[in-house]
Design a binder for this molecule. Structure first.
Ligand code: PMT
Length: 404
């Protein structure tokens, strides 16, 4: 989402200014083009050289510097930006923005622009709680700035409370959301993700290699596009995506129950989870002892969750995944028809950069009209957006999905 996006990062003078260095590194790594404006106070905490090195571009500090990259920096930076990010934002910059003060390069540039702007306050907890600061934050929101909630925790002044700069992944998520058109507003999207674990005894279980990355990317993409998202997740190490209702489950039976409770109101259901087809018939209450020997494990089938929804569902779009090691498209087409999906996303374990655990995927989207779209290798976030794009096309064509 940040690939080729032009971000102007404004750094103001608080101790969290040092975190702007890592924030810049992450933005550049995500493919963004970053230009930095630093206030005089920011330069007391971190040097322009650090920011220039990490942003791989010029750093702007002086309203009256001779022309460099741009003739009139404050106007040109305002035109250049797809979005502005103020991190950290002190009480001072928040006050100036709320009051229309333009007395340095950063405030003047911000006055001269109308791009999406994300403000990330970071200051002492008492400063943040000050009614004037709170009023100013309220004003900024009314003026259309996106102002993040500060994180709660240990502060540089050895106290604890609200006032920390939000964690970098949380800032990146908010910035991506700000830059994403809200074409899923009003949609209720249900996503399943991750593996299931089918216990044998208190210490052992059967599972698979799903990391949850594909499903979490879908949940995040749908939320960035304005949907209300419920994510039913098997056990995985991924942090819960901000702004998404998450229901954690362990077994296929638990996932079945959670999906059945939640699917009726969903307008889009995407089943990216790798659900175990079978579970041990019985679960030993005690650890199975090696000395007793194990003749075998009797397995019984789990409910096929997506097939059950396919048979019952009368509205919305149903999207499944097919993970195959052979005959990818033929098997995917069969699943699409048998489980009465509107669309299936086929991915193969045999292709490098596709399937379990990777940050990328290589998929073919097949819909129930017979349309097939092969996508090149791309990040799971990009795949997620392409899937949501195609869901929108299907919705437009069909209106509410009719089951066969
Ligand atoms: O989590 P990652 O590491 O990012 O990996 C992503 C992924 C490979 C897990 C994902 O892209 C994927 O392919 N998910 C589906 C894997 C799978 O279980 O495929 P399947 O062909 O066995 O199942 C077909 C469809 O039926 C799937 O939508 C599955 O969620 C659903 N299903 C399967 C079994 C079952 N009992 N109930 C189901 O609902």
């Amino acid at each position: 989402m940040l690939v080729n996006k032009k971000i102007v990062l404004g750094i103001t003078g608080g101790i969290a200014a040092y975190k702007a260095a890592e924030l810049t590194r992450v933005l550049v790594k995500a493919g963004a083009q970053v230009r930095v404006i630093m206030t005089k106070s920011a330069m007391e905490f971190i040097t322009p050289l650090t920011m220039q090195t990490l942003s791989q571009g010029p750093v702007y500090t002086d309203m009256f510097a001779p022309a460099g990259e741009f003739d009139m920096a404050h106007i040109s930076l305002a035109d250049f930006a797809d979005a502005f990010l103020i991190a950290p934002a002190t009480g001072n910059i928040i006050g100036k923005l709320a009051s229309g003060i333009a007395d340095d390069l950063l405030t003047t540039t911000l006055m001269a622009q109308n791009k999406p702007t994300l403000v990330c306050p970071a200051m002492n907890d008492k400063m943040l709680a000050n009614p004037v600061v709170q009023d100013n934050i309220k004003k900024l929101r009314q003026y259309g700035y996106e102002v993040m909630e500060s994180a709660v925790g240990e502060l540089a002044c050895k106290t604890s409370g609200a006032g920390r700069l939000p964690d970098i992944p949380v800032i990146i998520d908010a910035l991506e959301s700000l830059l994403t058109p809200k074409d899923y507003e009003g949609e209720e999207v249900l996503v399943t993700a991750g593996p299931t674990q089918e216990p044998l005894d208190p210490v052992r279980y059967i599972t698979n290699l799903s990391s949850g990355k594909m499903g979490y990317a879908l949940a995040t993409a749908a939320r960035h596009r304005g949907a209300s998202v419920t994510l039913i997740s098997g056990p995985c190490a991924m942090p819960a995506p901000p702004g998404v209702k998450i229901i954690n489950v362990r077994t296929a039976l638990e996932m079945h129950e959670a999906v059945m409770k939640n699917f009726t109101k969903a307008t889009v259901i995407v089943k990216a989870a790798a659900v175990a087809d079978y579970r041990p018939e019985s679960v030993s209450e005690e650890k199975i002892k090696k000395s007793k020997g194990l003749a075998g494990i009797r397995l019984v089938p789990n409910p096929d969750i997506i097939a059950e929804i396919g048979a019952k569902k009368t509205r919305g779009i149903l999207v499944g995944f097919a993970m195959e090691t052979q005959e990818l498209l033929a098997n995917a087409r069969l699943k699409l028809a048998r489980k009465k999906m509107d669309m299936i996303v086929a991915n193969s374990l045999r292709e490098e950069g596709a399937g379990f655990g990777t940050d990328t995927n290589i998929v073919t989207i097949i819909d129930s009209n017979g349309k097939e779209i092969r996508l090149d290798k791309m990040t799971k976030s990009q795949v997620a957006h392409r899937i949501l794009d195609h869901v929108k096309t299907l919705k437009k064509k069909k209106g509410p999905a009719k089951r066969k």
